[in-house]
Structures are given as structure tokens and as C-alpha cells.
Ligand binder design. Structure first.
Ligand code: PLP
Length: 554
């Protein structure tokens, strides 16, 4: 990833008092709305825009990513100015030059094929074009008066994904795709807001208006609980669920302690017997508990595993509980003929989260939430006098957000450009390269695969054979010491590899394996970049082995 030598020199465009020739007056500011002020500025713009628009990966390789060469402290010292100047400090051309020289080199080149540590990766180059056009149109999807056809187009994109998830009939989509009363889902800023929206709807439906009670949205959670004769409201989630669900517990007023993790098996899937037991525990009148939803995950953040969605759906249907699937990561697997079946059962969910900025390869940030029932989002409808009036088709009526951009224009266009087949190629590549990665790990004595990939995420650790043997000692204190030693090695290994800047895998901690005495620090690889080849995977492991050898001899 690292192309350049570390530079400790000060930025070429340090904070400084206003430029003496630049003034903020009516005439110069009018120009800001029209065009670049002169040919020199235009030339700088065109130079970089041409590189970005027509040679994105080369541009990123050339300009982005000295990840650790300059310390965070040193970087922080460069950005200590807290005043806003009255007059302009720099011309546009200088600002752009400054971003390229002072910001980009110290940003992270997430597009590198060797950057396999997180769910953020290279973009198809056309995404930048689409983003630019969406920004230029500047539609505000909160209401029809600021978006018109963009709102109608968005409904179509939502219907396409809804159909991929829930597979309802053609007649269903013909009836609902543009029906003003129907809401198949909502675009939101990210997966966190998508999960929050799903649980917001589920909470309001669980505590809907009854005799003498006008609903939780209006009356608040304590009145709702009193009206329903319960003392707490819970959400049962996979033990591997994303922490955004706990945030939702806080925001929705039930308390994040009531987001209750259900034990998972060694593969990370929710254990159904634990789920049914938890439901039983919450169901008796003595428990005075309302279950708002059960959340399964399709592609857990840490290991990429998929919960047994079909079985969870069966349990939830039997108990009449809202079933939400967090498919922020794994949702686009539905594009693949080969692997879409891994998500079987998702079509029985009441709601589903999918992130556009993950495996739909969209720029940050785009989340989506889908509802099986086109009237479900009525539970969160809000009206205002100046927009979103009752009966209007303003998308802001049923949305956690107010003003928002036309992300749907980017996703809809990308679906046209790629087709489901194009996305399937990416998904299949990720899953198959992750499997190859796992095979490679199994062949090397120095490494241990801790969670095999079900989708395209795997975890493993460096575990030298001598230590592996000691992990099976009959003496628990030896096992504990050995676990700690292995954890220490992996922490240092991950840090050194990151700081060397050639490749990046992330690190997390998994629960203890059977017989082990401590949580396991593991390395985590997320394979989504189509340029991450088998050779890249081997290089990453070779580098880790070399770092370990150097560590051990030191
Ligand atoms: C399974 C899952 N759900 C939800 C989220 C939250 O998504 P976002 O970061 O877009 O808010 C993530 C993020 O990694 C995730 O992996």
C-alpha cells in the first residue's frame, strides 16, 4: 500500500492568516456559483479530475496512503486551528493541491488489494462519476418538491431490491411499486440507521395504540409498558450481532441492556434451542416482558457467518414476533446464483438491513431497510405543515432522516451497469478467494484457522506448533499462559504489519475455544476487492510469517 517514503516535513499548505489578495466580497462570491475564476484554476481542476475520473486506481496508488509513517500526534499538531477566517485563505486550485498533498497521503488507501482488514474497499470507477452527478443535481429526497422524479425512481430501486429479498409476486410489485400508501423500504445514511429504523418500526408495532393508549411513539416507553402490563421490552439478537443494535436499544428508550445476545455455536450461528429458551423465559406472565424483535445476522461483522435464518423465521412466525435480518454485509450475496442460497430464510423476515457502501460497492454512506409488509412503516409516519402532508408521496414521511441525497440514483444506475450477474461475479470472487485463503492457512503449520469462511470473511491466528501443543496441556494454568502468549504474538504481529504499511488485516477477539482458558485474539480478513488475488493472499501470509520470524529472533 505504501508507495512513498515517510515525510516529516510540514504541510505545504499550513494554516496561516488570510491571503492578502483574497477578499470575501459580493463580486468574488458570485463567481463561486458560476465557474472557476481563471484558466489556471480550471487546469488544476481538470488535471486532478481527469486522473480521478479516468484513472482512479492509479490516482489512489500514486497519491493515497502512507498509513502510519507519520504519527497521529504529529498529524494532530498540523490541524490545531479553530478559527474561521473572515476572508478566503486559499484559492480553489490551492485547496485542491492541498488536499492532494496534505490530506491524501495520510489517508488510508482502502482500494489496495492488500487492504483486506475491513468492509471498505475499492470502488468501481463509475461510482465516482455517479456520485458527482448526484451531487450536481443535489436532489433532496425528503419531499417531492425538491426531488420529483428522483423520488419516483427511488421507489423503483427499493422495489427491485425488495423483490430480490422477499420474492413476492409480480402482481404485488405492480400494485405497490408506485402506490403512495405503500412503503417497501427506505434509504438511510448507513447500516446503523437501517437497524434503528427496523427496530423503531418493530417497537411501535409491538406497542401500538390500544383502548385508552395512543401508541408508544406518542406516549413514550414507560406509558407503553404500563398500558401493556410489562416491566421491560427486549430484543433478542445473535451473540455476534453488530453493536448498532445496542445503540438502537438506547435510542428507542428500552435500554441497551435489553438487547439480549443469544449464544452462538462454534461457527457463529445463533443456537435455536437458546433462542426458544429465551423466548420462553420472556413469555410467561411472571416475566412481564415484551419481545420487540428477534434479530438474525446475514454476515456477522467479525466472522461473516450467517444465522440459521429459516429456523429463526419459523420460531418467530410461531410466536408472532417481528423478525429482523441484519444483512448489512451479506445482503448482496442474494445477487449470486451460486451462493444466494446461503441466505435462505431471509425472504421470511419482517425487515432487512442492507448497506450500499459495503458489498454494493457504493461510496460512503448508504444504508437501506426493507419491510415485507408495505404498510409496516406507517408505524413511524410523521407529517409537517410545510412538507410531508398527509396523503402526499413525500418519502420523508416515513424516514428517520430529513434531508438526504439521491443515493438511490447511484445504486439504481450501478444495478443497470453491473446487472445482478456483475455483482455475482464480485460476490463469488470474494467467497472463493476467502476459501482459498483458508486452504492456504490450513497448509501452513505456523497458522491456525479459527473461523472458516462461510461468506467472504475469515479469522485465523499465528500459532506456532510448539504453542499449539501447549494449548492441549492437561494443566489449565499452562493453557492459560499459552493463550495469553499467542494473543500477545497476534497483537504485535497485526500492529507491525499495519505499521509496515504494505498490507492490512484487522484484529478481533473471539470467545475461548473449547478447552481454552482465554478469549482468542485473531486476525480478520475481509475479501471484497476483486484485485485481491490468490497471490496477494499468499503474500500477506508470507509477510506475517516473516514478521513473526523477526519478532521471535528479537
Ligand atoms: C452486520 C453489520 N450490521 C450493521 C453494521 C453497521 O453499518 P454502518 O457502519 O454502515 O452503520 C455493520 C458494520 O460493519 C455490520 O457489519
Amino acid at each position: 500500500m505504501q508507495k512513498q517514503q515517510p515525510s516529516q516535513s510540514p504541510p505545504r499548505h499550513p494554516s496561516k492568516p488570510g491571503h492578502p489578495d483574497l477578499v470575501a466580497d459580493w463580486e468574488s462570491l458570485q463567481r463561486v456559483f458560476l465557474q472557476p475564476e481563471n484558466d489556471a484554476v480550471k487546469a488544476t481542476l481538470v488535471k486532478y479530475m481527469e486522473q480521478i475520473l479516468f484513472g482512479l486506481q492509479d490516482f489512489l496508488k500514486e497519491h493515497v496512503g502512507i498509513t502510519e509513517a507519520v504519527s497521529l500526534e504529529a498529524l494532530s499538531r498540523r490541524f490545531m486551528e479553530s478559527r474561521i477566517e473572515i476572508h478566503p485563505r486559499r484559492k480553489l486550485a490551492d485547496v485542491i493541491q492541498g488536499i492532494i498533498e496534505d490530506i491524501a497521503p495520510y489517508a488510508v488507501n482502502v482500494a489496495s488489494p492488500y487492504f483486506v482488514g475491513h468492509m471498505t474497499s475499492a470502488l468501481p470507477f463509475f461510482m465516482v462519476h455517479l456520485q458527482t452527478i448526484a451531487a450536481a443535481l443535489n436532489q433532496n429526497l425528503v419531499k417531492l418538491e425538491t426531488s420529483k422524479v428522483a423520488s419516483i425512481y427511488e421507489r423503483q430501486v427499493l422495489a427491485k431490491l425488495h423483490r430480490r429479498i422477499f420474492q413476492r409476486s409480480a402482481a404485488f410489485y405492480a400494485a405497490h411499486i408506485q402506490h403512495p400508501e405503500s412503503t417497501l423500504g427506505s434509504f438511510v445514511g448507513d447500516g446503523t440507521l437501517a437497524n434503528l429504523t427496523a427496530l423503531w418500526v418493530a417497537r411501535n408495532r409491538r406497542f401500538q395504540p390500544t383502548e385508552g393508549f395512543e401508541g408508544v411513539e406518542k406516549e413514550g416507553i414507560s406509558t407503553a409498558m404500563a398500558a401493556y402490563g410489562v416491566k421491560r421490552a427486549v430484543v433478542l439478537v445473535s451473540g455476534m450481532a453488530h453493536y448498532s443494535l445496542r445503540k438502537a436499544g438506547g435510542v428507542l428508550g428500552i435500554g441497551n441492556r435489553q438487547i439480549i445476545p443469544i449464544d452462538t455455536d462454534v461457527n457463529g450461528g445463533m443456537q435455536i434451542r437458546h433462542l426458544t429458551q429465551a423466548i420462553r423465559d420472556c413469555s410467561g406472565p411472571a416475566s412481564q416482558t415484551a419481545i420487540i424483535a428477534v434479530v438474525g445476522v446475514a454476515g456477522t461483522t467479525e466472522t461473516g457467518h450467517v444465522d440459521p435464518l429459516d429456523e429463526i423465521a419459523r420460531v418467530c412466525a410461531g410466536e408472532n414476533i417481528h423478525f429482523h435480518v441484519d444483512a448489512a454485509w451479506g445482503g448482496p450475496t442474494l445477487m449470486s446464483e451460486k451462493y444466494g442460497g446461503l441466505l435462505t430464510g431471509i425472504e421470511r423476515a419482517d425487515s432487512v438491513t442492507i448497506d450500499g457502501h459495503k458489498q454494493f460497492y457504493m461510496p460512503m454512506g448508504c444504508g437501506m431497510v426493507y419491510f415485507r409488509d408495505p404498510l409496516a412503516m406507517d408505524a413511524v409516519a410523521y407529517h409537517a405543515a410545510y412538507v410531508n402532508r398527509p396523503g402526499s408521496v413525500d418519502l420523508g414521511i416515513k424516514s428517520i432522516e430529513g434531508s438526504r441525497s439521491a443515493s438511490s440514483l447511484i445504486l439504481g444506475s450501478a444495478l443497470d451497469i453491473m446487472g445482478s450477474g456483475g455483482y455475482a461475479v464480485l460476490i463469488d470472487h470474494g467467497i472463493e478467494t476467502a476459501r482459498e485463503f483458508a486452504r492456504e492457512i490450513r497448509q501452513r503449520d505456523l497458522f491456525e484457522l479459527t473461523t472458516p469462511p462461510q461468506l467472504n470473511i475469515l479469522t485465523y491466528r499465528l500459532c506456532p506448533p510448539a504453542l499449539q501443543k501447549r494449548l492441549h496441556s492437561p494443566d489449565p494454568s499452562v493453557r492459560r499462559r499459552t493463550c495469553r502468549e499467542i494473543n500477545r504474538i497476534n497483537i504485535q504481529l497485526q500492529r507491525e504489519q499495519r505499521e509496515a504499511g504494505r498490507s492490512f488485516v484487522s484484529r478481533t477477539t473471539l470467545p475461548p475455544a473449547p478447552g481454552e482458558e482465554e478469549g482468542r485474539v485473531v486476525l480478520r480478513a475481509v475479501i471484497m476487492n476483486p484485485m485481491t488475488s490468490r497471490k496477494v493472499v499468499r503474500d500477506i501470509l508470507d509477510e506475517q510469517a516473516a514478521i513473526y520470524t523477526a519478532m521471535a529472533s528479537a
